[in-house]
Design a binder for this molecule. Sequence first.
Ligand SMILES: *[C@@H]1O[C@H](CO)[C@@H](O)[C@H](O)[C@H]1NC(C)=O
Length: 291
Amino acid sequence: MAFICRNAALLLKPCRAAPALLSAGRLYSSGGQYEYILVEKRGEKNNVGFIQLNRPKALNALCDGLMKEVGRALDDFEVDADVGAIVITGSDRAFAAGADIKEMQNRTFQECYGGNFLAHWNRVSTVRKPVIAAVNGFALGGGCELAMMCDIIYAGEKAQFGQPEILLGTIPGAGGTQRLTRAVGKSLAMEMVLTGDRINAQEAKQSGLVSKVYPVDQLVSEAVKCGEKIASNSKLVSAMAKEAVNAAFELTLAEGNRLEKRLFHATFATDDRKEGMTAFVEKRKASFQDN
Ligand SMILES: *[C@@H]1O[C@H](CO)[C@@H](O)[C@H](O)[C@H]1NC(C)=O
């Protein structure tokens, strides 16, 4: 929810009101223009939704307007029948250096509680399609929390992860204390949350926070490739698989296994399960219809 990079503090600016004019180079969704993000579809079959955080002067500080745009883009991809996976990335320098501190500086408890501040960020963790975070550079505070709301994190070699809120007199407020602890265990999570110290890409890999590390310039294309791989499977069954894995963080082992069994049984109600097994038996590639 915050950033650690002190010299970046000077750069962080609150969101501006959206300009009335459209400018060249921006991409639009059916819902209209975006000011803080770039949105397109990637992959050979255009089946990977791609969201690039684009507030370069603020190191992609996650102001309210930016997170609302991410939510809108996700809504669009969620209902787009061609999209089978979504990649969220930032720039080479920063995935997102944190939440927007200027937006928070003078906020009162009453405003935060009354308006359920940061609650809408949760949209990222409720998407049913698989979401991959491709993290180059800083993923600090809200940036780290945003990455952890995604299903898979790929890191570039220069990536840095951290929850430095304690240095600003606050604590993570968008899942940092919960998702980080589940991902890396108690000791490292406590150390990061209590000292504000960052970990680098290799440490993030060792601790299980990220699944792969790539050279900076290959990261995004590798994340899109992973998205294409996922999108080539049944979207219906992928959603079930995602639901089942996520249940591991919410349920007891017995309840989680019961849910898994029910979802496993449910795959037998799909055409895609029949096609997948038939193709395997016939030694050909399956052609899934998401049905
Ligand atoms: C917050 O309040 C202080 C003191 O009133 C003021 O100087 C500062 O500009 C305010 N910050 C923002 C971002 O509005």
